[in-house]
Design a protein around this ligand. Structure first.
Ligand code: ZN
Length: 311
């Protein structure tokens, strides 16, 4: 079994999940340990059959203080109307099902739009965390865009991860990454407030997060909290992230057809076309902004783009 190689740039970012202020010692995966707990981390085998470090600290409790300030702002109609900017943008992206075929991951136009914006605004070696990397499709897409420094982390040992981690106690130093990409993961977190706090902590000032989560499909694979646009806004607000955009990942027609009516996977392109036809019909009847409002109220999933403010 080969040992997964942690690139030189990754090692200094690593911290103990139980002592986030504590840098890890050891220069290779097997030797990584926390000087404070005086413990080595268990090794695991990842989806590529490589030996990786397990930084989840399974079975080792930690307590977290999260501060909530009230009253919170909620999005008013003017702000809701301004969302979906990436959806309206002239941006030539492959269709969602075509992306799925190539990358086997949940990429879509709006995610690609913000990745492209990131690529324009940051150097190609800006560190990116692929959180909940799964089969590695998102990382493959980032690499195809010329982004060279992507750290793949996942809770699931079957994933093609550089290391195993828990999003509620990320094993990274403060201000480690310029971007975090996490798709179809956040509904599986037991405490999304804490996870957004952690993501905000490990982002550099000016860093960006692109996150998508399910609203429909009430339960799948242990999913806990499913997201509304306002819910995503609240998570960002609590975590000190400036909301930039929220969009509908897929409309109610693909959601209902796939999850309630259980049409086969091979029908997916058809369900998306039907949604487009419905949006077109809505536009004709009620005007150009009607599909946006309808999607905000009925979408199967939502995505968010937020920015960590400069200090
Ligand atoms: Zn420790």
């Amino acid at each position: 079994m080969s040992e997964a190689t942690l690139a030189d740039w990754m090692i200094p970012l690593l911290r103990c999940p139980l002592h986030p202020e504590q840098a890890l010692s050891g220069s290779d995966v097997a030797a990584l340990h926390c000087p404070q707990c005086a413990q080595a981390f268990p090794l695991a085998s990842n989806g590529d059959g490589q030996t990786i470090a397990d930084l989840r600290a399974l079975g080792q409790p930690s307590s977290h203080a999260v501060t909530f300030h009230y009253p919170m702002n909620i999005l008013d109609n003017a702000r809701i109307a301004a969302l979906g900017r990436a959806t309206r943008a002239e941006f030539d992206a492959p269709q969602t099902w075509a992306l799925r075929k190539v990358y086997a991951s949940k990429l879509h136009k709006e995610i690609l739009y913000y990745i492209e914006q990131f690529r324009r605004d940051f150097p190609s070696d800006a560190p990116i965390l692929d959180l909940g990397c799964g089969g590695g499709g998102n990382a493959d897409y980032l690499a195809a865009q010329g982004l060279t420094h992507v750290l793949r982390g996942d809770f699931d040992p079957a994933a093609r991860a550089h290391l195993l981690l828990d999003a509620h106690r990320l094993p990274f130093a403060d201000a480690s990454f310029d971007a975090i990409l996490t798709t179809a993961v956040i509904e599986h977190l037991q405490n999304p407030f804490l996870a957004f706090y952690e993501m905000s902590r490990v982002l550099k000032p000016g860093g960006r997060i692109i996150a998508t989560g399910s609203f429909w499909e009430s339960w799948h694979g242990g999913s806990c909290f499913h997201f509304t646009p306002e819910g995503l806004h609240q998570l960002c607000q609590h975590a000190g992230l400036a909301l930039d955009d929220i969009w509908s990942g897929w409309g109610f027609i693909p959601a209902v057809m796939r999850h309630a009516l259980r049409v086969p996977h091979s029908w997916r392109p058809f369900t998306y076309r039907l949604q487009s036809a419905y949006d077109w019909w809505l536009t004709r009847r009620q005007g150009v902004s009607a599909p946006h409002w309808h999607r905000m109220k009925t979408s199967g999933s939502f995505g968010v783009h937020a920015i960590k403010p400069q200090e």
